[in-house]
Design a protein around this ligand. Structure first.
Ligand SMILES: *Cc1c(COP(=O)(O)O)cnc(C)c1O
Length: 432
């Protein structure tokens, strides 16, 4: 018998396999070489015959050169931060693809000279929020708040209610962001009650701004009060309202969730928001409001450090101008439609012998806003063992375990993904 170490082919010999030559085009040589090297290690140790090395390397190739994978969100949490917040609409995905190469992001094709970066996107946002004299876009809402402080309040006081000193998640605390950007925080009122007089008393020559922060992930109920935005707008300093979720106009399903148009109409000088929460777009921070203030932000030297790339601009414009994004569709999906889809899926699964039931459940908006709001929904209920197997599948499906069952909530699954959800569940059934 031959020594497997001596019979091991050379890496280059295996790489000559046409499938691997094609894979190098698609994935680059480092990833393909590493798959080949691992297969040859198996050959060398005698666990794999030499002629199978190329087949094993091909089977081990990753699907793409990046490790981020498409996941089906069956958690029922619409804006799920750990799963990338919002899924882009097909129109936004197409816009990203078009902008991925060279693109006229900062160039006027008619005259052949430099143009204002992202002017069309800003125009689309202004059209969507007619009360905004000007708009600026940065990397995320945290950047919008930081830039606001850099440009308007560095070394000066920002007045904030103690009821609005919020932590968003993963240790991110807005008060620390404001002081980190150079503001002196002037806290007023108490956790549950703050009056207009508290603000009036705090405002002095050093005050740059009053900031109102939307508590997007919790609610204070009971003996509470706060001045209205219109009352704050009577103060002598500009009011910056961080609405968080990024709704541009009121959403009837979320009556307590602030939106940019109403915030400006209510007297805010500036409104800041995330683009990847309830707006359903890419990660970005949106700043709407008074032209003089927005211009100071946009012209500040640090604006350059916080600016967005062409892919974000493309996705954002298509989100604002284009069809309803998946986040909005999930929010508005009628429960009757979710139930019909669930019943169709359950019938096929039951026919295949799966222990499945259709159950009523509740979805939430998630970190994106609307704390405490539960949207009626429908889920497929499976044995808990499915949870881990589904996460390990292709595509991975993330559900939630509740009362000893694995629930797959259909509100956060786009209808065109039902077939993939069904296939993933049928393959999981074979492994449980
Ligand atoms: C989410 C949120 C932020 C942070 O926004 P990012 O876009 O994640 O930076 C800030 N303020 C409020 C009120 C939020 O809800």
């Amino acid at each position: 018998m031959t020594d497997p170490r001596r019979a091991t082919p050379r890496v280059d010999a295996v790489l000559a396999d046409p499938r691997l030559v094609a894979a190098v085009e698609r994935l680059g040589s480092a990833l393909v070489r590493s798959a080949v090297t691992r297969a040859l290690d198996e050959v060398r140790s005698g666990r794999l015959p030499a002629h199978a090395a190329a087949d094993v390397a091909v089977a081990a190739l990753p699907g793409s050169a990046a490790t981020l994978r498409r996941v089906l969100n069956a958690t029922g949490v619409i804006v799920h931060t750990n799963l990338g917040r919002s899924a882009l609409s097909p129109a936004a995905v197409a816009a990203v693809t078009d902008a991925a190469g060279y693109t006229d992001v900062e160039f006027d094709l008619a005259s052949g000279v430099r143009a204002r970066r992202g002017a069309e996107v800003l125009g689309a946002l202004r059209a969507a929020v007619p009360g905004a004299e000007a708009v600026h876009v940065v990397n995320n809402n945290a950047a919008a708040l930081a830039l606001t402080v850099f440009a308007l309040a560095a070394g000066r006081e920002v007045v904030v209610s103690r009821g609005e000193l919020i932590e968003i998640g993963d240790g991110f605390r807005i008060p620390e962001l404001l002081t980190g950007a150079g503001a002196v925080l002037r806290e007023v009122g108490t956790t549950n009650r703050t009056r207009l007089a508290d603000y009036t008393a705090a405002i002095g020559p050093d005050t740059a701004l009053v900031m109102r922060l939307h508590p997007s992930n919790y609610r204070v109920t009971g003996f509470t009060s706060a001045p209205t935005l219109a009352e704050l707008a009577t103060l002598d300093v500009p009011v910056v309202y961080d609405i968080g979720s990024g709704l541009l106009a009121p959403e009837p399903l979320l009556p307590d969730e602030p939106d940019a148009a109403s915030a400006l109409a209510g007297g805010a000088a500036l409104v800041t928001a995330s683009a990847d929460k309830l707006l359903g777009g890419p990660q970005a921070g949106l700043i709407f409001g008074r032209a003089d203030l927005v211009t100071r932000l946009a012209r500040h030297p640090l604006a350059r450090a916080l600016r967005v790339d062409k892919l974000t601009l493309a996705a954002l414009e298509a989100t604002v101008r284009g069809p309803v994004p998946p986040t909005t569709a999930a929010l508005r999906a009628p429960v009757t439609v979710l139930r019909e889809r669930a019943q169709r899926l359950a019938t096929t699964l039951a026919d295949a012998g799966v222990d499945v039931a259709v159950v009523d459940t509740g979805s939430t908006v998630g970190g994106g806003g609307a704390p405490g709001v539960v949207l009626p929904s429908v889920a497929l209920s499976l044995p808990t063992a499915y949870a881990a197997v589904l996460r390990a599948g292709e595509p991975p499906v993330v559900g939630r375990v509740s009362a000893g069952r694995c629930l797959l909530d259909l509100r956060t699954i786009a209808p065109h993904d039902d077939a993939d959800l069904l296939d993933a569940t049928l393959s999981a059934a074979k492994q449980t």
